[in-house]
Design a protein around this ligand. Structure first.
Ligand SMILES: [Mg+2]
Length: 224
């Protein structure tokens, strides 16, 4: 039987990036003796775009004595230590593969930090393939991003599949344009009124996994 494909977004889908960054920003500002108000600013900058260039800006603004490379390296190490993937989601990835799914991660971001998080959480060893946008300068919502992620899982978009993510534009809009069915992780937000909706809406990643497992069970029943 052909193995169906499911791609998962990483940040705020498989793991809680927002919460991890907030904890990190608290520690970072305390360690460098920065004013409490600066915590919101540092958090905002890193939440918007976490690349070495972000730390170049932070280093210059606060006249920090270490190099950008040192700050970036420390950031990657610290975030990897602090981040976690819920056990029921890790188990779910195993369950999907056991049920015959090809499971991949399709994420925007810098290679260093995304791979550090994937390794530290144990997600790396539970998926068939990973694609991080920086690897080939192909960001979601570009179809090329999804095509490269599918290729990492040993398949092609032509065969269809599913995209699970929290971002209406990058994950859901991009996934739909790439020919994938979509599951939106709501994270307590309303769907943007003018965007065409996802195929399904769920509260968290485990609910998306349960839906896919149900779908594959139905599919098996009707095709065997
Ligand atoms: Mg996300």
């Amino acid at each position: 039987m052909r193995r169906p494909l499911v791609l998962f977004d990483l940040d705020n889908t498989l793991l809680d990036r927002r919460g991890t960054l907030a904890d990190w920003a608290t520690e970072f500002t305390a360690r460098h003796g920065l004013e409490h108000e600066e915590q919101t600013l540092v958090l905002g900058m890193v939440a918007e775009r976490a690349y070495p260039s972000t730390f170049d800006t932070i280093r210059a603004r606060y006249r920090l004595p270490m190099s950008t490379a040192e700050l970036w390296g420390a950031y990657c190490t610290e975030i990897a230590t602090m981040v976690s993937c819920p056990p029921e989601v890790l188990d779910g990835l195993d369950e999907l593969r056991a049920a015959g799914w090809r499971v991949g991660v399709a994420t925007n971001g810098a290679m260093d930090i995304q791979h550090a998080k994937l390794r530290a959480t144990g997600i790396s060893e539970r998926v068939d393939g990973v694609f991080v946008s920086e690897e080939a300068d192909a960001r979601k919502p570009q179809t090329r991003h999804f095509a490269l992620a599918a290729a990492r899982c040993g398949t092609v978009l032509y065969d269809g599949g599913w995209m699970v993510g929290d971002n209406p534009v990058n994950d859901i809009g991009g996934g739909r344009c790439a020919g994938l069915r979509t599951i939106w992780i709501k994270n307590d937000r309303p769907w943007p009124p003018d965007d065409p909706g996802p195929d399904h809406t769920v509260p968290h990643a485990r609910a998306a996994i349960d839906l896919l497992l149900l779908h594959s069970a139905d599919h098996t029943r009707t095709t065997t």
